[in-house]
Design a protein around this ligand. Structure first.
Ligand SMILES: [Zn+2]
Length: 366
């Protein structure tokens, strides 16, 4: 991206363009996307997927055991540690819908799990990511990588079969805005989060059962390097957990999530910040001897940040739009959903048996 100089912003940089073009493919069977005749595959048959999990390695299994039985146990052992206590809490809006109760980011209006309207009052919730960092049980999830500086975990609400969160474990960083105060260090940090995620992803890409089930045969020949160009990666603001986490998603998206994407409902604009955008604003910040930088505190609005860098030639709109188009194409290229692996299809509010002729409009509602 252009940045900060007198020259007009370039629409794309020289590296990005070929990557985008390579994603276009005319040889994709439409049903493998998970949407057939406008109806989305639903109710996956779990038996059909049981052999394609990517198991944890023995080293990974070793770091799954918590050090504390729960938050109370942790607080009893660190009674005077106000900083740690603060790290273990999120400020949230809790969904009040029966059976949901999800803690949502404080600025959300509707619950991102069930769609219910959220209450106006804010509360606190346990910070899951810092719980993993400190080893507070009973939380458990597949930890794909753990080292003194980074952890890579399976996402709790996966939208693709290979969906991680990569978190720094040696710095508490509430959300990505704070990266702007130390852009040079931050560039190294986010690249590190990405490269550790790539390593974790490689154990999926090298797993035969995973590949056979989820990845279109035409894409099997892609090198690991090539496939990283299809990854959807970025940061949410506001986050639902107050610790910087890089969301790292290798398509395909689940059929339901793909349907959301093509309806324009995925990756909420203004809340999801593609990796490329965050990297671009950090790069912009370090140019001109730091004259482009912006000082961030807890009150700095995300719009202020976007406008600041927009004026310097880093356009959120442009990068977001490019990102969105790319991931839809990447999904089409990589997806390998098969109708026989799902019991139902859904179209709007209606549900059909998987063997109905929905693609010909000849649907038999059950
Ligand atoms: Zn809810």
């Amino acid at each position: 991206m252009g940045c900060g100089g007198s020259a007009a912003a370039q629409p794309t940089d020289g590296e990005a363009s070929p990557g985008v073009d390579r994603r276009r493919s005319a040889h994709v069977l439409p049903e493998s996307t998970g949407v057939l005749g406008g109806a989305t595959f639903a109710q996956a048959i779990s038996d059909h997927f049981k052999d394609c999990y990517v198991d944890l390695s023995p080293v990974e299994l070793e770091c799954q055991t918590p050090l504390y039985s729960g938050l109370n146990d942790f607080l009893e052992k660190h009674p005077d540690d106000a900083q740690r206590l603060r790290h273990t809490q999120n400020i949230v809006k809790k969904c009040e819908a029966a059976g949901c109760l999800k803690a949502n980011a404080r600025t959300m209006i509707k619950c991102n799990a069930c769609g219910s309207t959220l209450p106006e009052t804010e509360g606190t919730s346990t910070n899951i990511f810092t719980s993993f960092i400190y080893g507070i049980g009973p939380f458990k999830i597949s930890i794909r990588h753990a080292s003194p500086d980074v952890m890579v975990l399976d996402d709790m609400m996966q939208v693709t079969p290979c969906h991680f969160d990569a978190i720094p474990t040696d710095h508490y960083i509430q959300d990505w805005r704070w990266l702007l105060n130390r852009p040079e260090d931050a560039l190294l940090l986010i690249e590190k989060l990405k490269s550790r995620s790539e390593t974790a992803m490689s154990s999926f890409w090298n797993n035969q059962a995973y590949m056979q089930k989820f990845i279109n045969t035409d894409a099997h020949k892609l090198s690991l390097q090539d496939v990283t160009e299809h990854v959807a990666a970025g940061f949410n603001f506001p986050p639902s957990q107050y610790q910087l986490h890089l969301q790292y998603m290798l398509p395909p998206f689940t059929p339901f999530q793909y349907q959301m994407l093509i309806e324009g409902k995925g990756f909420v604009k203004g809340r999801f910040f593609p990796f490329k955008y965050v990297r671009s604003v950090l790069e912009c910040s370090v140019k001109n001897g730091g004259a482009n930088a912006i000082k961030v505190d807890s009150q700095t609005g995300i719009d202020t940040i976007m406008q600041h860098f927009d004026k310097l030639g880093v356009s959120y709109d442009e990068i977001y739009t490019e990102f969105y188009g790319n991931i839809v194409e990447s999904h089409k290229k990589l997806a390998n959903w098969q109708p026989e692996d799902f019991a139902l299809r859904s179209k709007g509010e209606e549900m059909f048996q998987a063997n109905s002729d929905t693609e010909r409009g000849n649907v038999s509602s059950q």
